[in-house]
Write a protein that binds this ligand. Structure first.
Ligand SMILES: [Zn+2]
Length: 458
Protein backbone atom coordinates (compact mmCIF):
# COMPACT_ATOMS: atom_id res chain seq x y z
CA UNK A 1 0.00 0.00 0.00
CA UNK A 2 1.36 3.39 -0.95
CA UNK A 3 -0.17 5.56 1.75
CA UNK A 4 1.52 8.77 0.61
CA UNK A 5 -0.04 8.33 -2.86
CA UNK A 6 -3.49 7.87 -1.39
CA UNK A 7 -3.01 11.06 0.63
CA UNK A 8 -1.74 12.98 -2.41
CA UNK A 9 -4.95 12.12 -4.32
CA UNK A 10 -6.96 13.84 -1.57
CA UNK A 11 -4.65 16.81 -1.10
CA UNK A 12 -7.13 19.51 -2.16
CA UNK A 13 -9.89 18.16 0.09
CA UNK A 14 -7.53 17.98 3.06
CA UNK A 15 -6.36 21.57 2.60
CA UNK A 16 -9.85 22.97 1.94
CA UNK A 17 -11.36 21.27 4.96
CA UNK A 18 -8.56 22.40 7.25
CA UNK A 19 -8.92 26.01 6.05
CA UNK A 20 -12.67 25.99 6.78
CA UNK A 21 -12.05 24.34 10.16
CA UNK A 22 -9.50 27.06 11.08
CA UNK A 23 -12.04 29.75 10.19
CA UNK A 24 -14.22 28.73 13.14
CA UNK A 25 -12.83 30.67 16.16
CA UNK A 26 -13.46 27.82 18.60
CA UNK A 27 -12.27 29.47 21.80
CA UNK A 28 -13.97 28.63 25.10
CA UNK A 29 -16.81 31.11 25.68
CA UNK A 30 -18.98 30.26 28.65
CA UNK A 31 -21.06 33.40 28.10
CA UNK A 32 -22.69 31.62 25.15
CA UNK A 33 -22.92 28.21 26.79
CA UNK A 34 -26.20 26.30 26.87
CA UNK A 35 -27.13 22.78 27.94
CA UNK A 36 -26.24 21.36 24.52
CA UNK A 37 -23.36 23.77 23.90
CA UNK A 38 -21.52 23.60 27.22
CA UNK A 39 -18.42 25.47 26.01
CA UNK A 40 -20.18 28.02 23.83
CA UNK A 41 -21.40 28.31 20.26
CA UNK A 42 -18.06 28.49 18.47
CA UNK A 43 -16.68 25.29 19.98
CA UNK A 44 -19.96 23.59 19.19
CA UNK A 45 -19.74 24.83 15.59
CA UNK A 46 -16.30 23.31 15.24
CA UNK A 47 -17.47 20.00 16.72
CA UNK A 48 -20.36 19.96 14.25
CA UNK A 49 -17.99 20.85 11.43
CA UNK A 50 -16.15 17.55 11.98
CA UNK A 51 -19.39 15.60 12.41
CA UNK A 52 -20.72 17.05 9.14
CA UNK A 53 -17.59 15.86 7.31
CA UNK A 54 -18.16 12.42 8.81
CA UNK A 55 -21.78 12.36 7.71
CA UNK A 56 -20.80 13.54 4.22
CA UNK A 57 -18.39 10.61 4.01
CA UNK A 58 -20.75 8.02 5.48
CA UNK A 59 -19.27 7.36 8.93
CA UNK A 60 -21.22 6.53 12.06
CA UNK A 61 -21.10 9.35 14.63
CA UNK A 62 -22.22 10.09 18.16
CA UNK A 63 -22.37 13.45 19.88
CA UNK A 64 -22.30 13.38 23.70
CA UNK A 65 -24.37 16.50 24.47
CA UNK A 66 -21.80 18.81 22.90
CA UNK A 67 -19.08 17.73 25.36
CA UNK A 68 -17.37 15.38 22.95
CA UNK A 69 -18.17 13.22 19.95
CA UNK A 70 -16.79 10.32 17.98
CA UNK A 71 -16.55 9.21 14.40
CA UNK A 72 -16.45 5.45 14.04
CA UNK A 73 -15.46 2.93 11.39
CA UNK A 74 -14.84 -0.81 11.25
CA UNK A 75 -16.17 -3.74 13.20
CA UNK A 76 -15.17 -6.02 16.02
CA UNK A 77 -15.34 -5.92 19.79
CA UNK A 78 -11.99 -4.24 20.29
CA UNK A 79 -11.67 -0.49 19.90
CA UNK A 80 -8.77 1.66 18.67
CA UNK A 81 -9.00 5.30 19.78
CA UNK A 82 -7.54 8.44 18.22
CA UNK A 83 -8.08 11.36 20.57
CA UNK A 84 -8.10 14.88 19.09
CA UNK A 85 -9.61 18.21 20.11
CA UNK A 86 -11.54 20.92 18.29
CA UNK A 87 -11.10 23.79 20.78
CA UNK A 88 -8.25 26.30 20.50
CA UNK A 89 -6.63 28.86 22.81
CA UNK A 90 -7.40 32.57 22.26
CA UNK A 91 -5.46 34.18 19.41
CA UNK A 92 -3.33 36.49 21.60
CA UNK A 93 -1.45 39.47 20.15
CA UNK A 94 0.90 40.43 17.34
CA UNK A 95 -0.25 38.18 14.51
CA UNK A 96 1.03 39.26 11.10
CA UNK A 97 -1.76 37.31 9.36
CA UNK A 98 -5.37 36.73 10.35
CA UNK A 99 -5.55 34.27 13.27
CA UNK A 100 -8.76 32.75 11.94
CA UNK A 101 -8.26 33.37 8.23
CA UNK A 102 -6.67 30.10 7.13
CA UNK A 103 -4.34 31.94 4.75
CA UNK A 104 -2.02 29.83 2.61
CA UNK A 105 1.41 31.39 2.11
CA UNK A 106 4.51 29.63 0.74
CA UNK A 107 3.18 26.12 1.29
CA UNK A 108 2.01 26.83 4.84
CA UNK A 109 -1.51 27.10 6.21
CA UNK A 110 -1.71 29.80 8.89
CA UNK A 111 -4.13 30.17 11.76
CA UNK A 112 -4.89 29.35 15.37
CA UNK A 113 -5.20 25.58 15.62
CA UNK A 114 -3.21 24.62 12.53
CA UNK A 115 -0.75 22.79 14.83
CA UNK A 116 -2.87 22.47 17.97
CA UNK A 117 -5.00 20.61 17.20
CA UNK A 118 -7.08 21.14 14.07
CA UNK A 119 -4.34 20.26 11.57
CA UNK A 120 -3.62 16.93 13.28
CA UNK A 121 -7.39 16.31 13.66
CA UNK A 122 -7.96 16.71 9.91
CA UNK A 123 -4.93 14.47 9.25
CA UNK A 124 -6.35 11.75 11.51
CA UNK A 125 -9.79 12.13 9.96
CA UNK A 126 -8.52 11.73 6.39
CA UNK A 127 -6.37 8.81 7.52
CA UNK A 128 -9.51 6.97 8.55
CA UNK A 129 -11.33 8.16 5.44
CA UNK A 130 -8.64 6.62 3.23
CA UNK A 131 -9.01 3.27 4.98
CA UNK A 132 -12.77 3.43 4.46
CA UNK A 133 -12.47 4.52 0.81
CA UNK A 134 -10.14 1.62 0.08
CA UNK A 135 -12.48 -0.75 1.85
CA UNK A 136 -9.66 -2.23 3.90
CA UNK A 137 -10.72 -5.03 6.18
CA UNK A 138 -10.37 -4.26 9.89
CA UNK A 139 -10.82 -6.63 12.81
CA UNK A 140 -11.34 -3.78 15.27
CA UNK A 141 -13.44 -0.66 15.38
CA UNK A 142 -11.66 2.69 15.12
CA UNK A 143 -12.92 5.90 16.68
CA UNK A 144 -11.74 9.41 16.23
CA UNK A 145 -12.78 10.97 19.52
CA UNK A 146 -13.22 14.75 19.43
CA UNK A 147 -12.70 16.64 22.67
CA UNK A 148 -13.91 20.21 23.12
CA UNK A 149 -12.26 21.40 26.36
CA UNK A 150 -8.67 20.21 26.06
CA UNK A 151 -7.26 23.70 26.41
CA UNK A 152 -9.04 24.28 29.72
CA UNK A 153 -10.23 21.57 32.06
CA UNK A 154 -10.67 18.36 30.05
CA UNK A 155 -14.35 18.29 31.10
CA UNK A 156 -14.99 16.87 27.62
CA UNK A 157 -13.07 13.61 28.06
CA UNK A 158 -14.27 13.24 31.65
CA UNK A 159 -17.84 13.31 30.40
CA UNK A 160 -17.11 11.18 27.34
CA UNK A 161 -15.56 8.31 29.26
CA UNK A 162 -18.37 8.39 31.82
CA UNK A 163 -20.74 7.19 29.11
CA UNK A 164 -18.54 5.63 26.43
CA UNK A 165 -16.08 2.71 26.40
CA UNK A 166 -12.35 3.28 26.72
CA UNK A 167 -10.38 2.14 23.68
CA UNK A 168 -8.01 -0.75 24.37
CA UNK A 169 -5.22 0.98 22.44
CA UNK A 170 -4.70 4.29 20.67
CA UNK A 171 -2.88 7.56 20.21
CA UNK A 172 -3.37 11.30 20.56
CA UNK A 173 -2.20 13.41 17.58
CA UNK A 174 -1.67 16.43 19.83
CA UNK A 175 2.09 16.77 20.31
CA UNK A 176 5.13 15.69 18.34
CA UNK A 177 6.64 12.89 16.28
CA UNK A 178 8.14 10.36 16.70
CA UNK A 179 6.09 9.91 19.90
CA UNK A 180 5.94 10.76 23.60
CA UNK A 181 5.72 7.56 25.62
CA UNK A 182 6.69 9.01 29.02
CA UNK A 183 4.80 11.81 30.80
CA UNK A 184 5.86 12.71 34.31
CA UNK A 185 3.51 12.57 37.28
CA UNK A 186 2.14 15.98 38.25
CA UNK A 187 1.29 17.06 41.76
CA UNK A 188 0.12 20.43 43.10
CA UNK A 189 0.12 21.45 46.75
CA UNK A 190 0.40 24.47 49.05
CA UNK A 191 2.68 25.32 51.95
CA UNK A 192 0.79 27.48 54.44
CA UNK A 193 1.89 29.47 57.42
CA UNK A 194 -0.55 31.66 59.32
CA UNK A 195 2.01 34.01 60.81
CA UNK A 196 1.97 37.79 60.94
CA UNK A 197 5.00 39.65 59.64
CA UNK A 198 6.25 42.78 61.38
CA UNK A 199 6.70 45.09 58.37
CA UNK A 200 5.36 43.25 55.35
CA UNK A 201 1.87 44.43 54.45
CA UNK A 202 1.30 42.23 51.43
CA UNK A 203 3.04 40.00 48.89
CA UNK A 204 1.41 38.87 45.68
CA UNK A 205 2.82 36.87 42.79
CA UNK A 206 1.56 34.41 40.17
CA UNK A 207 -1.83 33.25 38.92
CA UNK A 208 -1.46 29.58 38.10
CA UNK A 209 0.66 26.87 39.69
CA UNK A 210 1.66 25.50 36.29
CA UNK A 211 3.29 28.76 35.18
CA UNK A 212 6.45 30.51 36.35
CA UNK A 213 5.19 33.83 37.79
CA UNK A 214 6.39 36.83 35.79
CA UNK A 215 5.50 39.58 38.27
CA UNK A 216 5.75 40.00 42.02
CA UNK A 217 4.57 42.93 44.10
CA UNK A 218 5.33 43.56 47.77
CA UNK A 219 4.21 46.36 50.04
CA UNK A 220 6.35 47.10 53.07
CA UNK A 221 5.86 49.50 55.94
CA UNK A 222 8.90 51.69 56.25
CA UNK A 223 10.08 52.95 59.58
CA UNK A 224 13.37 54.66 58.85
CA UNK A 225 14.45 57.48 56.58
CA UNK A 226 16.65 55.20 54.49
CA UNK A 227 14.30 55.22 51.50
CA UNK A 228 16.83 56.46 49.01
CA UNK A 229 19.31 53.83 50.08
CA UNK A 230 16.63 51.17 49.62
CA UNK A 231 15.79 52.48 46.14
CA UNK A 232 19.48 52.28 45.20
CA UNK A 233 19.86 48.80 46.65
CA UNK A 234 16.85 47.58 44.72
CA UNK A 235 18.05 49.14 41.48
CA UNK A 236 21.46 47.52 41.95
CA UNK A 237 19.92 44.15 42.71
CA UNK A 238 17.82 44.32 39.55
CA UNK A 239 20.82 45.26 37.48
CA UNK A 240 23.10 42.57 38.96
CA UNK A 241 20.52 39.92 38.14
CA UNK A 242 19.50 41.30 34.74
CA UNK A 243 15.97 41.93 35.97
CA UNK A 244 13.43 44.68 35.52
CA UNK A 245 11.22 46.27 38.12
CA UNK A 246 10.43 49.46 39.95
CA UNK A 247 10.15 50.91 43.38
CA UNK A 248 7.73 53.52 44.67
CA UNK A 249 6.87 55.25 47.93
CA UNK A 250 3.46 56.38 49.08
CA UNK A 251 3.23 57.91 52.54
CA UNK A 252 5.20 55.42 54.59
CA UNK A 253 4.52 52.42 52.36
CA UNK A 254 7.19 51.10 50.01
CA UNK A 255 6.09 49.15 46.94
CA UNK A 256 8.47 46.76 45.19
CA UNK A 257 7.52 45.50 41.78
CA UNK A 258 9.72 42.91 40.07
CA UNK A 259 9.33 41.45 36.58
CA UNK A 260 10.43 37.90 35.80
CA UNK A 261 9.93 35.71 32.75
CA UNK A 262 6.98 33.40 32.43
CA UNK A 263 7.42 29.79 31.35
CA UNK A 264 5.47 26.56 31.53
CA UNK A 265 5.53 24.94 34.96
CA UNK A 266 7.17 21.82 33.53
CA UNK A 267 10.23 23.90 32.58
CA UNK A 268 10.89 26.19 35.56
CA UNK A 269 14.55 26.62 34.56
CA UNK A 270 13.45 28.34 31.32
CA UNK A 271 11.66 31.10 33.24
CA UNK A 272 12.68 33.68 35.81
CA UNK A 273 10.58 33.35 38.95
CA UNK A 274 9.60 36.88 40.00
CA UNK A 275 8.31 35.77 43.42
CA UNK A 276 11.54 34.08 44.44
CA UNK A 277 13.81 36.84 43.15
CA UNK A 278 11.81 39.46 45.03
CA UNK A 279 11.95 37.40 48.25
CA UNK A 280 15.71 36.95 47.85
CA UNK A 281 16.07 40.73 47.80
CA UNK A 282 13.60 41.56 50.56
CA UNK A 283 14.91 38.91 52.97
CA UNK A 284 18.25 40.75 53.05
CA UNK A 285 16.48 43.87 54.33
CA UNK A 286 13.49 42.68 56.33
CA UNK A 287 13.49 39.83 58.76
CA UNK A 288 11.16 37.05 57.61
CA UNK A 289 11.98 33.35 57.82
CA UNK A 290 9.47 32.67 55.02
CA UNK A 291 11.08 35.12 52.61
CA UNK A 292 14.42 33.63 53.53
CA UNK A 293 13.08 30.16 52.75
CA UNK A 294 11.78 31.36 49.36
CA UNK A 295 14.80 33.47 48.47
CA UNK A 296 17.43 31.08 49.78
CA UNK A 297 16.23 27.51 49.56
CA UNK A 298 13.72 27.74 46.75
CA UNK A 299 15.39 30.21 44.37
CA UNK A 300 16.77 28.30 41.37
CA UNK A 301 16.16 24.96 43.11
CA UNK A 302 14.50 23.59 39.95
CA UNK A 303 15.10 19.94 40.80
CA UNK A 304 14.09 20.23 44.46
CA UNK A 305 17.56 19.37 45.73
CA UNK A 306 17.50 21.76 48.68
CA UNK A 307 13.91 20.84 49.46
CA UNK A 308 14.89 17.17 49.62
CA UNK A 309 12.67 16.21 46.69
CA UNK A 310 15.39 15.42 44.16
CA UNK A 311 14.92 12.22 42.12
CA UNK A 312 15.31 11.19 38.49
CA UNK A 313 15.22 8.27 36.07
CA UNK A 314 16.61 7.51 32.64
CA UNK A 315 13.13 7.28 31.09
CA UNK A 316 12.05 10.84 31.87
CA UNK A 317 14.83 12.77 33.64
CA UNK A 318 14.69 14.93 36.78
CA UNK A 319 11.84 15.80 39.08
CA UNK A 320 11.08 19.52 38.62
CA UNK A 321 9.72 22.08 41.06
CA UNK A 322 7.83 25.23 40.11
CA UNK A 323 6.54 27.71 42.65
CA UNK A 324 3.65 29.22 40.73
CA UNK A 325 2.01 31.41 43.32
CA UNK A 326 3.10 33.18 46.50
CA UNK A 327 0.81 35.40 48.58
CA UNK A 328 0.95 37.03 51.98
CA UNK A 329 -1.50 39.20 53.84
CA UNK A 330 -1.85 39.87 57.55
CA UNK A 331 -5.18 38.03 57.74
CA UNK A 332 -4.20 34.67 56.18
CA UNK A 333 -0.43 34.71 56.41
CA UNK A 334 1.68 33.00 53.75
CA UNK A 335 0.43 30.73 50.98
CA UNK A 336 2.98 29.14 48.63
CA UNK A 337 1.71 27.09 45.68
CA UNK A 338 3.89 24.34 44.18
CA UNK A 339 3.69 22.41 40.93
CA UNK A 340 5.98 19.37 40.99
CA UNK A 341 6.57 16.97 38.09
CA UNK A 342 8.09 13.64 39.05
CA UNK A 343 9.76 10.90 36.98
CA UNK A 344 7.64 8.20 35.38
CA UNK A 345 9.12 5.26 37.28
CA UNK A 346 8.54 6.86 40.70
CA UNK A 347 5.49 6.41 42.90
CA UNK A 348 3.39 9.31 44.18
CA UNK A 349 3.51 7.87 47.72
CA UNK A 350 7.29 8.26 47.73
CA UNK A 351 7.07 11.84 46.41
CA UNK A 352 4.32 12.70 48.88
CA UNK A 353 6.40 11.47 51.83
CA UNK A 354 9.23 13.78 50.82
CA UNK A 355 6.87 16.72 50.35
CA UNK A 356 5.45 16.15 53.84
CA UNK A 357 8.94 16.07 55.24
CA UNK A 358 9.90 19.30 53.42
CA UNK A 359 6.80 21.04 54.80
CA UNK A 360 7.59 19.82 58.28
CA UNK A 361 11.30 20.68 58.18
CA UNK A 362 10.54 24.22 57.04
CA UNK A 363 7.66 24.79 59.43
CA UNK A 364 4.70 24.77 57.04
CA UNK A 365 1.28 23.21 57.06
CA UNK A 366 0.69 21.20 53.87
CA UNK A 367 -2.63 21.66 52.08
CA UNK A 368 -4.61 21.03 48.89
CA UNK A 369 -2.57 18.16 47.49
CA UNK A 370 -3.68 16.74 44.20
CA UNK A 371 -1.95 14.26 41.96
CA UNK A 372 -2.01 12.94 38.41
CA UNK A 373 0.06 9.77 38.10
CA UNK A 374 2.81 9.39 35.51
CA UNK A 375 1.80 8.04 32.14
CA UNK A 376 4.33 5.63 30.68
CA UNK A 377 4.37 2.97 27.98
CA UNK A 378 7.57 0.89 27.83
CA UNK A 379 9.53 0.90 24.59
CA UNK A 380 8.76 -2.80 24.01
CA UNK A 381 4.98 -2.42 24.43
CA UNK A 382 2.78 -3.45 21.50
CA UNK A 383 1.67 0.12 20.77
CA UNK A 384 5.12 1.71 20.84
CA UNK A 385 6.51 -1.11 18.69
CA UNK A 386 3.83 -0.74 16.01
CA UNK A 387 3.91 3.07 15.86
CA UNK A 388 7.72 3.14 15.78
CA UNK A 389 7.76 0.76 12.86
CA UNK A 390 5.21 2.83 10.91
CA UNK A 391 7.07 6.07 11.60
CA UNK A 392 10.39 4.60 10.51
CA UNK A 393 8.93 3.10 7.33
CA UNK A 394 7.27 6.34 6.31
CA UNK A 395 10.00 8.82 7.18
CA UNK A 396 13.20 6.77 6.95
CA UNK A 397 14.14 8.28 10.32
CA UNK A 398 14.70 6.51 13.60
CA UNK A 399 11.75 6.69 16.01
CA UNK A 400 13.55 8.07 19.07
CA UNK A 401 11.14 8.03 22.02
CA UNK A 402 10.44 11.32 23.81
CA UNK A 403 9.44 12.20 27.34
CA UNK A 404 7.69 15.29 28.69
CA UNK A 405 6.97 17.04 31.96
CA UNK A 406 3.70 18.24 30.47
CA UNK A 407 0.50 16.25 30.45
CA UNK A 408 -0.69 15.31 26.95
CA UNK A 409 -4.10 14.12 25.87
CA UNK A 410 -2.72 10.56 25.68
CA UNK A 411 -3.17 10.13 29.42
CA UNK A 412 -6.93 10.57 29.05
CA UNK A 413 -6.98 7.65 26.62
CA UNK A 414 -5.12 5.10 28.77
CA UNK A 415 -3.04 2.66 26.72
CA UNK A 416 -1.90 5.45 24.42
CA UNK A 417 0.94 7.74 23.42
CA UNK A 418 1.08 11.25 22.01
CA UNK A 419 2.02 10.79 18.34
CA UNK A 420 2.68 13.84 16.11
CA UNK A 421 1.80 15.85 14.27
CA UNK A 422 4.80 18.15 14.71
CA UNK A 423 7.88 16.69 12.96
CA UNK A 424 11.42 17.01 14.31
CA UNK A 425 12.79 20.27 12.90
CA UNK A 426 9.37 21.87 12.36
CA UNK A 427 8.90 25.15 14.24
CA UNK A 428 6.73 24.62 17.36
CA UNK A 429 4.07 27.34 17.58
CA UNK A 430 1.45 25.97 19.97
CA UNK A 431 -0.45 28.83 21.60
CA UNK A 432 1.78 31.37 19.83
CA UNK A 433 1.26 34.04 17.20
CA UNK A 434 1.48 33.13 13.50
CA UNK A 435 0.83 29.46 14.17
CA UNK A 436 1.08 27.48 10.93
CA UNK A 437 1.43 23.97 9.55
CA UNK A 438 3.44 23.11 6.45
CA UNK A 439 1.22 21.46 3.87
CA UNK A 440 3.94 18.83 3.33
CA UNK A 441 3.93 18.01 7.04
CA UNK A 442 0.14 17.84 7.12
CA UNK A 443 0.14 15.33 4.25
CA UNK A 444 3.02 13.32 5.69
CA UNK A 445 1.22 13.08 9.03
CA UNK A 446 -1.96 11.93 7.28
CA UNK A 447 -0.08 9.07 5.63
CA UNK A 448 1.55 8.05 8.93
CA UNK A 449 -1.81 8.09 10.71
CA UNK A 450 -3.47 6.07 7.94
CA UNK A 451 -0.89 3.30 8.14
CA UNK A 452 -0.88 3.44 11.95
CA UNK A 453 -4.64 3.11 12.25
CA UNK A 454 -4.57 0.28 9.76
CA UNK A 455 -1.77 -1.59 11.58
CA UNK A 456 -3.48 -1.17 14.95
CA UNK A 457 -6.92 -2.23 13.72
CA UNK A 458 -6.29 -4.76 10.95
ZN1 LIG B 1 -3.68 20.44 21.98
Amino acid sequence: MNWANEVAKRKEFIINDLVKFIQIPSVLNEDTSTEKQPFGKDIDDSLNFMLNLAERDGFTTRNIDGYAAHIEYGEGSDLVGVLCHVDVVPEGDDWTVSAFGGDIIDGKIYGRGTQDDKGPTIAAYYAMQIIKDLNLKLSKRVRIILGTDEESQWRCVDKYFEVEEKPSIGFAPDAEFPMINAEKGITDFYFLKEQKEAQIISFESGNRLNMVPDTAVAQIECESDSIEEMADDFANYLEENGLEGYFSVNENILSFNLKGISAHGSMPDVGVNAALYLCAFLSKHYKSDIMEFLGDICLNDYTGKKLGLEMSDSESGDLTVNIGRVTYNSKNGWNIGFNVRYPVTKKYEEVKKRIEKAADTNGFRLSGENNSNPHFLPSDSELVTILSKVYEEQTGEKATLLSTGGGTYARALGNAVAYGALFPGDEELYHQKDEYIKIDSLLKATAIYAQSIYELAK
